[in-house]
Design a binder for this molecule. Structure first.
Ligand SMILES: [Zn+2]
Ligand SMILES: [Zn+2]
Ligand SMILES: [Zn+2]
Length: 490
């Protein structure tokens, strides 16, 4: 278990302690803001500490991404001539991989021992983690040593592991012990003892409750597993998280603050998808992370105070809140008023609330009923409008979908921001095709606001490197200049 004093040291080595973050008092470990944070800021510094301690690309993805840095290959990946099972983006990645793990794994273990499915990926992650643990410390730098220590301090939850978990972990440990024997010419360091087996099982359990699945810019996981024991894994869980873990296009982890934060607030991540309903979230947290969540959202749900009650159905108060939330969101309202009149919008809002009331009373609804009821239909309408270049219709559906995402995810969750980006695209297209200058100005201001929200909160790689976003920014700026010219009468 990581203690408070160890967390202090991690933060100090990261250059963070006191300036920006501090560790909570008492036995409850956690990381707190010591200065205000703005939405879109990064919690940890950039640099070598962003890289995972160990990382494995799933077997099915091997011809798509570099096996070392996980970046997309674009047809230029080079296959390892030894095992012919791993692909790299270039010599740099291949050399690093060889030095750190592949030199041991290449011919023997990978080629000769076949394990299919996800357990092979897991087995490789455990093996690479062990190789990282065995690497000698660098006397000039504290970081790699500290990362190792952070990993070994992670809880194995040994007592809480069920018999199936133990059986799986034991099978993995035996596979690793066999690969170790194959990988070295002697059996040095390989005792094959039950102590060794238990030690490896401990690593399996530590990784199961701390490894991350890196995701691309659209928030789809890469089918890889990566471990960041002294970075993202230091943050506690909340079902109403303050921060989100993102990746820089490869396996470099970025932990980004989603809402403005006050001094003294705790930095948290959600270990499970926050769109799951309460019972599903708590079940997943119990099975994989071995704790009962008592975050503010879970407590409110148990009391029936938030949007959903313990069974996942919307409560009366939840409906009220949803209705109020829609009325208070300035950006969203401005967008909706642009495509609808205020009266039309108010009618729609009343009808929506009534519909929600009807649905939540009958049919034992889930919180995800919003998604299952409306999202597929709205998405179909949105796509049809896109195909027909009906930008006003497309914008309306993009805003409606945004509304649903806002009910499920925190305000600046990447899923929400990606939807804002869609709103921006539709608004830009609509403004371009419009003749009436007054409306064009309103639509354009929605596009500008959307682009600004996205740029200030999404990963840098998306905003700076994504050609689509660069092009969009150019278009929005071009439209804004046109409009300036018109309004000044030139
Ligand atoms: Zn690479
Ligand atoms: Zn190889
Ligand atoms: Zn919770």
């Amino acid at each position: 278990m990581t203690t408070t004093s160890q967390l202090h040291r991690y933060l100090k080595v990261l250059g963070l302690e006191e300036k920006t973050l501090q560790v909570g008092e008492g036995t409850y470990r956690g990381i707190y803001a010591t200065r205000p944070f703005r939405a879109g800021e990064d919690v940890f510094p950039k640099g070598e500490q962003q890289q995972p301690m160990a990382s494995v690309l799933c077997h099915e993805e091997r011809q798509e991404r570099c096996g070392e840095c996980l970046r997309l290959g674009n047809d230029s990946l080079q296959r390892c001539g030894g095992c012919r099972q791993v692909w790299y983006c270039g010599v740099g990645c291949q050399r690093r991989a060889w030095k750190e793990h592949h030199g041991v794994m290449c011919r023997g273990p990978l080629a000769e021992l076949e394990m299919s499915g996800p357990s092979k990926t897991e087995g490789e992650l455990v093996r690479r983690t062990m190789l990282a643990l065995e690497r000698p410390d660098d006397s000039r730098r504290e970081w790699p040593g500290l990362e190792k220590e952070a990993f070994l301090r992670l809880d194995t939850h040994w007592e809480a592991q069920g018999s199936q978990e133990r059986t799986e972990a034991r099978a993995l440990a035996r596979w690793i012990m066999a690969t170790r024997a194959l990988g070295s010419s002697s059996t040095m360091g390989t005792t094959g003892s039950s102590e060794e087996e238990e030690e490896i099982m401990g690593h399996v359990f530590r990784l199961r409750s701390s490894a991350f699945a890196p995701a691309d810019l659209q928030c789809f996981p890469y089918a890889a597993m990566s471990s960041y024991p002294a970075r993202g894994a230091l943050l506690n869980h909340s079902c109403r998280p303050t921060s989100v873990a993102l990746w820089d296009g490869g396996n470099g982890q970025v932990v980004r603050v989603m809402e403005d934060m006050e001094v003294g607030e705790e930095m948290t991540l959600s270990y499970v998808d926050p769109c799951l309903n309460g019972p599903d979230r708590r079940k997943a947290l119990g099975l994989q992370y071995h704790f009962t969540c008592e975050c503010s959202r879970c407590l409110e749900e148990k009391e029936g105070e938030t949007g959903v009650n313990g069974n996942g159905a919307l409560t009366k108060k939840g409906i009220q809140e949803m209705s109020e939330m829609i009325s208070k969101d300035d950006d969203l309202l401005n967008g909706l008023y642009m495509v609808w009149s205020r009266e039309h919008f108010e009618d729609w809002r009343r009808e929506t609330v009534q519909r929600v009331c009807r649905i939540s009373r009958g049919e034992g609804s889930e919180v995800l009923f919003l998604v299952s009821r409306w999202v597929p239909g709205w998405t179909r309408e949105f796509e049809r409008a896109l195909d027909d270049s009906e930008w006003e219709v497309a914008l309306t559906y993009a805003l409606l979908l945004l509304l649903i995402y806002l009910l499920i995810y925190p305000r600046r969750h990447p899923i929400v921001l990606l939807q804002w980006l869609t709103v921006c695209k539709c608004a830009t297209q609509m403004a371009r095709g419009m003749g009436r200058e007054y409306d064009r100005g309103k639509i354009l201001s929605l596009a500008l606001r959307s682009l600004h929200l996205v740029q200030s909160s999404l990963p840098i790689s998306l905003c700076e490197a994504d050609p689509e976003v660069r092009e969009l920014r150019r278009q929005v700026q071009g439209l804004a200049e046109d409009l300036d010219d018109l309004s000044t009468g030139s």
